[in-house]
Design a protein around this ligand. Structure first.
Ligand code: COA
Length: 273
C-alpha cells in the first residue's frame, strides 16, 4: 500500500482502517486530502484484504469539515483549481465511499463538523463516542451546509433536527446523535475501538457477495418507484445467485432444511472459508 501525507491506512484481520491524518488541523479536509482519498479508495476497492472499511480520524477529532483556509479561501479566484478540488471531494465521498464494495463503518472519535457529515452519511453504519461533538456549523461562519450536506442531512436526520441544527449551529454529542439516529449507537470513547472491531468482525463472518448486494440494492432502490424497484431487485437476486462464489443461498437453505444445523432467523449458515 502507498503512503500518503494526509491519510493513514492500517490493515488487520480483514479490517482496513482509513484514518484522516491531519490531527493538528482537527482532520479538516484540504484539497490534498481529497485527492489522496480518491486514490486511497480506488486502491482499496479492489483490495482482497479489505473486508470491512472503518473511517476514522487521528487524534481528538473525526473530521472538522472542509479546510476553511485551503479548501475555501485559498481557492477563491482560482476556478480551475476549485473545480478540481470540488470534483475530488465529491468523488471520494459520494461516488466511491457511498458505493464502496464492502461494508463501511464511520467510527466517530471526536469532532464532526459541516462537510464531515457527507462521509458520515455515505458510510453504511456509524458508531460514535458518547463524547464526540457534532455540528452543522456553517451558519456560524455565514453560509449554509454546502457541497451536498443539505441533501444528505435530509436523508439521515429528521426534518426538525436538520433544520434546528443547521439554523442554530448548536452542537450535539454522540449520545444525542444516537438518539436522533444520525449514528447507529454511541459508546464511551474508551470502548469505541473495541466495539467497532466487534461489529466489523460480525460483518466479516457474513457472505461477502451477499453483503455487497445488500448495500447496493438498498442504496440504489431508495429513489426508485415500486415498479422499477421490484424489477431491479429481482434482477439483482438472479445476478447474486449466478455470481456468488460460495453459492450462499443454496448452501444456507440446505443447512436449514436438509441438515437442520442452524436456524437462519437466529444465526448465519456455516461458511467454508
Ligand atoms: N478549517 C481550517 N482550519 C481548521 C479547521 C477548519 N475547518 N478546523 C480546525 N482548523 C485549524 C485551526 O485553524 C487551527 O490551526 P492553527 O493551529 O494553524 O491555528 C487548528 O486547526 C486547531 O484548531 P483549534 O480551533 O485551535 O482547535 P480546538 O481544539 O480548540 O477546536 C474545533 C477544534 C474543531 C472546535 C475548531 O477548530 C473549529 O471550530 N473548527 C471549524 C469547524 C467547522 O466549522 N467546520 C465546518 C467546515 S465545513
Amino acid at each position: 500500500m502507498k503512503t500518503y501525507n494526509t491519510v493513514k491506512i492500517e490493515k488487520e484481520g480483514g479490517i482496513t482502517w482509513v484514518i484522516l491524518n491531519r490531527p493538528e488541523k482537527r482532520n479538516c479536509m484540504s484539497p490534498e486530502l481529497h485527492f489522496e482519498m480518491v486514490d486511497v479508495l480506488i486502491e482499496l476497492e479492489s483490495d482482497p484484504e479489505t473486508r470491512v472499511l472503518i473511517l476514522t480520524g487521528e487524534g481528538e477529532s473525526w473530521c472538522a469539515g472542509q479546510d476553511l483556509k485551503a479548501f475555501f479561501r485559498e481557492l477563491d479566484g482560482k476556478p480551475a483549481e476549485r473545480r478540481r478540488a470540488e470534483w475530488a471531494t465529491h468523488e471520494w465521498r459520494w461516488r466511491h465511499l457511498l458505493t464502496f464494495p464492502v461494508p463501511t463503518i464511520a467510527m466517530v472519535n471526536g469532532y464532526c463538523f459541516g462537510g464531515g457529515f457527507t462521509q458520515l452519511v455515505a458510510c453504511d453504519i456509524a458508531i460514535a463516542a458518547e463524547e464526540a461533538t457534532f455540528g452543522l456549523s456553517e451558519i456560524n461562519f455565514g453560509i449554509f451546509p454546502g457541497g451536498i450536506v443539505s441533501r444528505v442531512i435530509a436523508d439521515a436526520m429528521s426534518y426538525r433536527d436538520a433544520l434546528y441544527y443547521s439554523l442554530t449551529g448548536d452542537t450535539f454529542d454522540g449520545k444525542q446523535a444516537a438518539e436522533m439516529r444520525l449514528v447507529n449507537y454511541a459508546v464511551p470513547l474508551d470502548k469505541l475501538r473495541d466495539e467497532t472491531v466487534k461489529l466489523a468482525n460480525k460483518l466479516i463472518d457474513k457472505n461477502p457477495a451477499a453483503l455487497r448486494a445488500t448495500k447496493e440494492v438498498f442504496k440504489t432502490c431508495r429513489n426508485m418507484d415500486y415498479t422499477h424497484a421490484e424489477e431491479y431487485i429481482g434482477a439483482k437476486l438472479v445476478a447474486l445467485r449466478a455470481t456468488d462464489p460460495e453459492k450462499g443461498r443454496d448452501e444456507g437453505i440446505k443447512q436449514f432444511i436438509d441438515d437442520k444445523t442452524y436456524r437462519p432467523g437466529l444465526e448465519s449458515y456455516q461458511r467454508k472459508e
